[in-house]
Write a protein that binds this ligand. Structure first.
Ligand code: G3P
Length: 218
């Protein structure tokens, strides 16, 4: 499963990218607003840090304007993926952009039928928001499992499932178990994946016992 970082904070992205474990980045208008940076500039900087797809979302609501915005955004860097919302206009824009060879990430997906339409529109990625489904008492991971089953039923559907709105390490695990192609993970959750109290305890014990030997490796 690929790991994308879900943030527009370039310092976080740079720090996490140094691990070599970051395969891409997703942003959205709320994350860009939170960064307090110029949109084009922050996208350009992120694209220089991470080689993989960097999602930048259009803000127009009509297909023609979405395509116009997308063409400006894709001129920023070759690894820009265009985010469009899962609306009829967004699907029309997705079709037009993918036919031009642009990577498209269809976002704000909350149903399997929406994901089916996005795949038929040629989307590179579909972003089901699992956390927001949990917020309304549903099990967001059920959607990932349904989309995986549907996509696997048809060879013609090549859209990658990009599990989004991830809030916990359990979401990451469940996304991987469900066969999600990508998980876009907030920085704090991504860092937390490496942590376990028994790891800390075991390492402390190893080093204490090593100290007693009086040896050094170098
Ligand atoms: O990538 C989508 C993500 O940023 C939304 O997360 O926690 O606002 O539902 P959240």
């Amino acid at each position: 499963m690929k790991f994308f970082v879900d943030t527009a904070d370039v310092n976080e992205i740079r720090d996490l990218a140094e691990t070599g474990l970051v395969d891409g980045v997703t942003t959205n208008p709320s994350l860009v607003a939170k960064s307090d940076r110029d949109f084009s500039e922050v996208v350009r900087e992120i694209c220089g840090i991470v080689d993989g797809p960097v999602s930048a979302e259009v803000t127009a609501t009509q297909a023609a304007a979405m395509v116009e915005e997308a063409r400006k955004l894709t001129r920023i860097a070759g690894n820009v993926a265009i985010k469009v919302p899962l609306t009829w206009e967004g699907l029309k824009a997705c079709r037009a952009l993918t036919q031009e060879g642009t990577m498209v990430n269809v976002t704000l997906c909350f149903s399997a039928n929406q994901a089916l339409l996005a795949a038929k529109a040629g989307a590179t990625f579909i972003s089901p928001f699992v956390g927001r489904l949990d917020d309304i008492g549903e099990d967001g991971m059920d959607l990932i499992r349904d989309i995986r089953t549907i996509y696997d039923n048809y060879d013609a559907l090549n859209t990658q499932i990009l599990t989004a709105s991830i809030r916990s390490d359990e979401h990451v695990k469940q996304a991987a178990l469900a066969g999600s192609d990508v998980a876009t993970v907030p920085p704090a959750v991504l860092r937390g994946l490496s942590e376990h109290p028994l790891t800390d305890k075991g390492l402390k014990a190893f080093l204490a016992d090593w100290e007693k030997t009086g040896q050094t490796i170098l």
